[in-house]
Design a protein. Structure first.
Ligand SMILES: [Zn+2]
Length: 246
C-alpha cells in the first residue's frame, strides 16, 4: 500500500515538474540490467528519481566527513561525488553522468541493485535470523538503508584496492542487539551499520581511515572500547570517529 502511495506521489510530482523519469530504458534500447536503466544524461541542476538512483550509487564518494543527501536534486555535492566516482574508476571526470558513468555502474551492480561485492545475505545475519525484521524501523526501511550503505562500502572497498572486506555483522533486530550488549542507540538496528572483521584484506585501521571519505559519520576501530577485533562504520546523525590505535 505504501509503495503504491509512493508511486502515485512520484507520478504526481513528475506531472507537476514535467521531469522525464528514466526507470525504463529509452524506446528502442534494451534495459542495461535487471536493476535500473538510466534514460538520459544527468548533470547539475536536474532533478528526478533517476538522480536519486544515481545519488545512491555515488554516496560513498564524498569529501571527508560528508554524508550525501539522497534527495533527487543534482546539486554541487552530487556533482563532486560523481567527479570522485569517475576519477576512482578511471573515467573522464567531468561531473556529468552519461553513458560511460552508467556503464560503470551497470558493471558494478547486480540485478537486485546491490553492488557487485556485497550481498543482502551477508548484511541480514541478525543473530541467525537472516532477515531485516525486528529492528527500530520496518524491514523495508532497514533494507533500503542497507542498500545505500552497501554502495558506500563498495566505494570503500575500491579505495582500498578491491580487496575483500569481511562483514562480521550488519543488521540486528532489537533483541539481537540486546543479546550482544549492543548500544541502545546502535545503528545496527536501522540497517545503517556494518562491522568488518580482521579476516578482511585491508587492516582494521585501513578500513577505519577509508570510511572517513565514504560518507560514514560513526567510525570506530582499535583503541575505542569494545572495538579491538572489528571496525564499525555507520550512517548516524551523531558524528563519532575514534580509534586511538589507528
Ligand atoms: Zn558495530
Amino acid at each position: 500500500m505504501r509503495r503504491r502511495l509512493l508511486s502515485l506521489l512520484s507520478a504526481l510530482v513528475l506531472a507537476i515538474t514535467g521531469t522525464v523519469t528514466a526507470s525504463v530504458a529509452l524506446p528502442g534500447t534494451a534495459a542495461a540490467d535487471g536493476c535500473y536503466t538510466w534514460g538520459r544524461t544527468l548533470k547539475k541542476g536536474m532533478s528526478g528519481s533517476d538522480v536519486t538512483q544515481l545519488q545512491i550509487r555515488v554516496a560513498g564518494w564524498v569529501a571527508s566527513g560528508e554524508n550525501l543527501v539522497i534527495d533527487g536534486q543534482f546539486g554541487e555535492r552530487t556533482r563532486l561525488a560523481v567527479v570522485r566516482f569517475q576519477r576512482g574508476y578511471g573515467l573522464a571526470a567531468d561531473g556529468v553522468a552519461g553513458p560511460n558513468t552508467f556503464s560503470k555502474i551497470y558493471a558494478l551492480q547486480d540485478n537486485d541493485c546491490t553492488p557487485a561485492h556485497f550481498a543482502y545475505s551477508e548484511m541480514d545475519g541478525n543473530c541467525g535470523a537472516n532477515n531485516f525484521n525486528g529492528g527500530k524501523v520496518s524491514a523495508a526501511t532497514a533494507k533500503r538503508n542497507t542498500l545505500r550503505m552497501m554502495w558506500q562500502l563498495e566505494a570503500m572497498r575500491h579505495k582500498l584496492g578491491d580487496r575483500p572486506m569481511v562483514v562480521s555483522i550488519s543488521f540486528r533486530s532489537v533483541r539481537c542487539n540486546d543479546s550482544v550488549n549492543g548500544a541502545s542507540t546502535s545503528r545496527h538496528m536501522y540497517g545503517q551499520a556494518t562491522d568488518f572483521s580482521t579476516r578482511s584484506g585491508p587492516t582494521l585501521c585501513q578500513m577505519f581511515h577509508a570510511a572517513k571519505t565514504s560518507g560514514f559519520e560513526e567510525i570506530l576501530g582499535p583503541g575505542y572500547p569494545g572495538h579491538s577485533t572489528h571496525t564499525h562504520v555507520a550512517n548516524d546523525p551523531v558524528r563519532l570517529v575514534s580509534a586511538s590505535r589507528c
